[in-house]
Design a protein around this ligand. Structure first.
Ligand code: NAD
Ligand code: TYD
Length: 355
């Protein structure tokens, strides 16, 4: 890390992306201290980071970013000089059911964190950084052509993306108003080990494994730009180390797939790995009622981070997807622990009109 920042708060480190970020940073920077602040919602799972839990530069604090008093105590206790903020409610379908939860964590929680950092740092912002992790979904939906750049105007459509857009605006406003050193990155859809099976890829892996139907929303012609989670973690490390203050960086996989093409690829790979007859998983596909406000296409122009910081994806999609499937098949207990309890109620409720 090139910045002289030594005590770093990582929020949401028990979640999917946060756990990969922490694994990378804690191992790479043994002299820096990392504090994982996570309230452990349904999506937070300490199993995700058990391999680093006993390292001397890793600490865990179970705390909620909605709780101002708790944040104040932790900023006092550790005197953080850096923040990497990932904690969020992250699933679009849940945001459609309960938008307020997304306002509370994603918007108010982010402002609480900005205030906690501002109160501790006062006006001495040298060697300080507040780095906010966001999504390409804030830019809205693309037509058949074009890419999201850092200059694309915000146009969110789901309560999730609206809450992330609002949080991005607040972060920028603290840079403009208080000179707080901030950076934002907006990344495309991630996939990889440890993703909660509510998102497309792990949900479909789990369903194929259990011979359950595969609920494809609408006509399946929606496009996403997929990036392996470890490549996102590498980008976050680079941006935190060398990114320019006040700047935004788009991160993407240069890897667009329509949902249906991706699902076919996934089905065929699963058939091979499970030793099933070719074509058998495709038979599970069921076109179901569409998601309301469904964004047609996301695609990132990641040239800025490539040119300025030298980042590019290191894992090609077929290889990453294959490794992801291997991970889910080898980690049955992880999947079982997650899908055996309240997940069943979630699934029933979310898919009741669809399956
Ligand atoms: P996730 O849902 O897997 O993890 C979120 C984590 O935040 C969980 O560990 C959860 O317990 C914690 N959390 C939630 N509410 C909290 C609160 N009030 N206080 C403290 N902790 C809380 O999410 P993810 O997919 O790892 O996403 C991480 C970040 O990256 C989010 O900000 C998300 O918007 C962003 N992002 C995600 C993707 C993606 O494809 N998953 C893409 C781009 C950006
Ligand atoms: P998702 O993984 O929820 O990510 P996001 O909505 O943030 O892009 O969904 C990816 C795509 O897959 C999206 O177009 C919605 C679609 N999808 C389905 O068709 N069926 C499903 O059961 C889910 C969860 C998603």
């Amino acid at each position: 890390m090139e910045r002289n920042i030594n005590t770093i708060l990582v929020t949401g480190g028990a979640g999917f992306i946060g756990s990969h970020v922490l694994r990378l940073l804690v191992n790479k920077y043994p002299k820096k201290q990392f504090v994982n602040l996570d309230t452990l919602t349904y999506a937070g799972n300490l199993e995700n980071i058990k391999d680093i839990a006993s390292l001397p530069n890793y600490h865990f604090e179970k705390a909620d970013i909605r709780d101002v008093a708790e944040l104040g105590k932790l900023f006092d206790k550790y005197q953080f000089d850096g923040v990497i903020h990932l904690a969020a409610e992250s699933h679009v379908d849940r945001s459609i059911e309960n938008p307020l939860a997304f306002v509370e964590t994603n918007v108010i929680g982010t402002v609480n964190l900005l205030n906690a950092a501002k109160n501790l740092w006062k006006d001495d912002f040298s060697n300080k950084l507040f780095y906010h992790i966001s999504t390409d979904e804030v830019y809205g939906s693309l037509g058949k052509t074009g890419l999201f750049t850092e200059e694309t105007a915000y146009d969110p459509h789901s309560p999730y993306s609206a809450s992330k857009a609002a949080s991005d605006h607040f972060v920028r406003s603290y840079f403009d108003t208080y000179d707080m050193p901030t950076i934002i990155s907006n990344c495309s859809n991630n996939y990889g080990p440890n993703q909660f099976p509510e998102k497309l890829i792990p949900l479909f892996i789990n369903n194929i494994k259990n011979n359950k139907s595969l609920p494809v929303y609408g006509d399946g012609q929606y496009t996403r730009d997929w990036l392996y989670v470890i490549d996102h973690a590498r980008a976050i490390d680079l941006i935190f180390s060398k990114g320019e203050l006040g700047e935004t960086y788009n991160i993407g996989g240069f890897n667009e797939y329509t949902n249906i093409d991706l699902i076919h690829l996934l089905c065929d790979l699963m058939d091979k790995k499970l030793g099933r007859e070719k074509g058998s998983s495709r038979k599970l596909i069921k076109f179901v009622k569409d998601r309301p406000g469904h964004d047609k296409r996301y695609a990132i122009d990641a040239q800025k981070i490539n040119k300025e910081l030298g980042w590019k994806p290191s894992v090609n999609f077929e290889q990453g997807l294959s490794e992801t499937l291997d991970w889910y098949l080898a980690n049955e207990t992880w999947l079982h622990n997650i899908t055996s309890g309240s997940y069943k109620d979630y699934y029933k409720e979310m898919y009741k009109e669809r399956t």
